[in-house]
Ligand binder design. Structure first.
Ligand SMILES: CC(C)(COP(=O)(O)OP(=O)(O)OC[C@H]1O[C@@H](n2cnc3c(N)ncnc32)[C@H](O)[C@@H]1OP(=O)(O)O)[C@@H](O)C(=O)NCCC(=O)NCCS
Length: 188
């Protein structure tokens, strides 16, 4: 990744928000964040939202990750999976989007999504996502458009087998989430 450690800094509701590349954070910080994500995505409080559980190892294995820090505190994460070929495109799934309860509805989820999408698009990769009802608006506002399973790599549907709410899905037949593909261009 060519991006520096701090991608963006801004003030929101009197707090300083910083977006940083996960891989550039100190080891201990990465460990804490990966563990926090694993706990959050297996917690019963989040289950109705159909978010796939993620292990710390899977957080480290992502192609790219962006973290929000609110006055230095962990304020959210989004990751992009290792790219896959799909026709002429190289595509990466943006997901594991999570913002701690106390920081929600301040635009952090949207900032994270826009940021990771631009970052990987600059590498020539087309981002896509499976959105649940609470994240669909964020992806709508971040340059994504509704598509179908045919527009994303076939392997992408295999993750549905791990969906905690609805169980295994058959690719192309049905999907519990909305398939969205990033259609904006950012050349600089
Ligand atoms: C989904 C999630 C990441 C959203 O994070 P967030 O930081 O609250 O996201 P945002 O603040 O950018 O946007 C959320 C909503 O708040 C609204 N909002 C943003 N800033 C706002 C403000 N200052 N005042 C009021 N509303 C605001 C947005 O317009 C958006 O509205 P919408 O739901 O109608 O689209 C968070 O709720 C979460 O972690 N949920 C559990 C995990 C999950 O479901 N992840 C998605 C997996 S695909």
């Amino acid at each position: 990744m060519s991006a520096g450690a701090v991608i963006e800094q801004y003030k929101r509701w009197g707090n300083s928000v910083e977006l940083r590349v996960f891989d550039h954070l100190p080891y201990q910080r990465r460990l804490e964040i990966a563990r926090a994500l694993a706990v959050a995505t297996t917690s019963s409080a989040e289950q109705p939202l159909q978010m796939l559980p993620i292990t710390p190892e899977e957080v480290y294995a992502k192609y790219a990750g962006v973290v929000a820090l609110v006055d230095g505190q962990f304020g959210g994460y989004v990751g992009a999976m290792q790219p896959l070929k799909h026709g002429v495109r190289t595509m990466s799934e943006v997901g594991s989007l999570w913002v701690p309860g106390e920081f929600r509805r301040h635009g952090i989820g949207t900032s994270l999504t826009k940021s990771v999408s631009r970052l990987i698009q600059l590498d020539g990769i087309t981002p896509y996502a499976f959105c649940n009802p609470s994240s669909k608006g964020i992806f709508d506002a971040s340059g994504y458009q509704e598509r179908t399973l045919r527009d994303v790599p076939e392997e992408a549907g295999s993750l549905c087998a791990r969906c905690p709410k609805l169980g295994a899905r058959v690719l192309g037949v049905e999907c519990c989430d909305t398939v969205m593909v990033y259609e904006e261009q950012h050349d600089k």
